[in-house]
Design a protein around this ligand. Structure first.
Ligand SMILES: O=C(O)[C@H](O)[C@@H](O)[C@H](O)[C@H](O)COP(=O)(O)O
Length: 248
């Protein structure tokens, strides 16, 4: 587990812009090195703003997407196209506007898809897709960057304090029931899968996140603060604005 670094910004807009710029540089570097780039997307206000900033940066620079795979860290288990799905929001902010091969975009299952309203089956199928992409090198690909929004309760992806998903140490993907934040049924990467990322970036903006940021950086238990277990193999970066950093 890597020791987290903290990047401080003035506000959510600057946070999104800075994170998107660094992300764009990494995506371009992978293209120059002729390797795939696996990016895990997040939902949430500042997460989606970061994707919109990345879209603007991509349009301005003409960067390529043919080597990029997009995955999701979690999903609200709702019908396809539902405006509350992280996928729908990410598509509006970024995916619909970039030239990426459709088979390299890997949304999590929807509640009206082939999984027949069964989030457990949806989680199993997403695990299988990750395993195929890993080509025998572990249960999931080595994600280059995993973006994670942060909840005021210190949740990341859909791993909420006190729910069993936080302690899952075998599966890469879990179904989450009885989420305290609606909707109640979700699908989420586990901390173990998140830990396969070379870089984990936690994006936190606003005063309501200040305590969660403090807990995430102060050795709290993952049961109390799931973000405390979100660490990349090479780097962990907490992108925080002034308000989110106010308890550090
Ligand atoms: O599935 C969800 O409900 C969201 O994706 C959630 O996990 C979000 O990322 C955080 O709560 C931060 O959200 P904000 O940035 O909007 O505060």
């Amino acid at each position: 587990m890597t020791e987290p670094e903290i990047v401080r910004t003035n506000d959510a807009g600057q946070l999104a812009q800075s994170a998107a710029s660094r992300l764009a540089k990494l995506i371009v570097s992978a293209e120059v090195e002729e390797r795939e780039f696996h990016l895990v997307l997040t939902g949430g206000g500042v997460g989606i703003r970061t994707l919109a900033a990345l879209r603007d940066e991509a349009k301005a620079s003409g960067m390529k997407w043919s080597h990029v795979h997009l995955w999701w860290g979690d999903e609200r288990f709702l019908p396809e196209g539902d405006p509350e799905r992280n996928e729908t929001q990410a598509c509006e902010a970024l995916v619909n506007d970039i030239d990426i091969p459709s088979h390299q975009v890997h949304p999590m299952p929807s509640s009206d898809g082939t999984d027949n309203h069964d989030a457990v089956r949806g989680a199993t199928n997403y695990s299988a897709a990750l395993s195929v992409a890993a080509r025998g090198n572990g249960p999931v690909p080595e994600f280059d960057v995993c973006l994670l929004g942060l909840g005021p309760d210190a949740h990341v992806a859909s791993l909420f304090p006190g729910l069993p998903g936080v302690h899952e140490d075998e599966a890469a993907v879990v179904a989450v029931h009885d989420s305290p934040k609606p909707p109640p049924t979700r699908i989420s990467l586990t901390l173990q899968a998140i830990g396969a990322a070379r870089q984990v970036w936690v994006l936190a903006s606003g005063e309501s996140k200040a305590e969660a940021v403090r807990l995430g950086l102060s050795g709290a238990s993952v049961d109390r603060a799931p973000v405390a277990g979100a660490r990349g193999s090479e780097r962990t970066v907490f992108w925080v604005d002034e308000e989110a950093a106010s308890k550090l």
